[in-house]
Design a protein around this ligand. Structure first.
Ligand SMILES: C[S@@+](CC[C@H](N)C(=O)[O-])C[C@H]1O[C@@H](n2cnc3c(N)ncnc32)[C@H](O)[C@@H]1O
Length: 227
């Protein structure tokens, strides 16, 4: 079968924004192992505010814990969301939600490598996947997440506009076995921002998973309930 070339020319010019710089394309230099630890990477052709090692971490974090419900706060361009959506759809062993306050800015923005159009197709076919254009601090979001946390073993990933406020609002929902992680640890969120919540609800760093993230510069900090 000879494919229809017009299909390649029909869609928007993906990744055409001038902010997607040529340097990132590695046109003129050798790719090194250190590149895998660089945060803000293209993944599956979409923009991702993580490094590649974060994917490795998430893959084995999920394998180890077998979460039944995974939530991402802050979808942005959607590469990470699409990773989790694929994992949910392939395994059919957990539900995945992602929340974004403004989908016009990046999620549906093809020139900046937004993946929302493809996520929507996956979500259309899979009952395990959903994305919401909702404020993570709105009652409707909190009630939806709370209801599912009550029912399922959960992993919450705080990567929206105010990671500390997200942690402080949602970490008290944790049950034994659940996990919550924040991104941009030591950059946008510090222990002092969440100390009161950790003290009140007995929330502690998640053991060796913390070291793995530190050594690979993911800027992800995972937490669990204390014993
Ligand atoms: C750092 S980006 C998320 C990156 C994404 N998780 C990834 O790994 O590629 C933060 C996103 O959170 C969104 N955001 C900010 N405040 C929000 C809120 N109150 N509710 C939902 N999303 C919010 C922003 O619009 C932005 O797209």
């Amino acid at each position: 079968m000879i494919y229809n070339k017009a299909l390649l020319e029909a869609g928007e010019d993906h990744g055409s924004h001038p902010g997607i710089v040529a340097e990132e394309l590695h046109e003129n230099r050798t790719i090194t192992g250190a590149d895998l630890c660089f945060v803000n990477r293209r993944f599956m052709g979409a923009g991702m505010s993580q490094n590649y090692v974060a994917i490795y971490f998430f893959e084995y974090y999920q394998a180890a814990h077998k979460f039944e419900y995974v939530v991402e706060f802050g979808s942005q361009k959607g590469a990470l969301s699409t990773y989790w959506a694929n994992a949910a759809g392939i395994s059919e062993k957990f539900f995945f939600d992602t929340f974004e306050i403004d989908k016009k800015q990046d999620w549906y923005n093809r020139p900046v490598e937004g993946a929302g159009h493809w996520f929507d197709r996956l979500a259309h076919f899979s009952p395990y996947i959903n994305s919401y254009e909702q404020d993570v601090f709105a009652d409707v979001t909190f009630d939806h997440v709370k209801g599912n946390v009550e029912q399922f073993k959960t992993f919450i990933f705080c990567d929206g506009g105010d990671k500390a406020a997200e942690f402080n609002l949602y970490a008290p929902l944790l049950k034994p076995g659940d996990r919550i992680a924040v991104h941009d640890w030591g950059h946008e969120i510090y222990q002092s921002d969440i100390q009161a919540t950790c003290d009140e609800w007995n929330i502690v760093p998640d053991d060796h998973w913390v070291e793995a993230n530190e050594s690979f510069g993911t800027l992800i900090m995972p937490f669990r309930l204390g014993e």
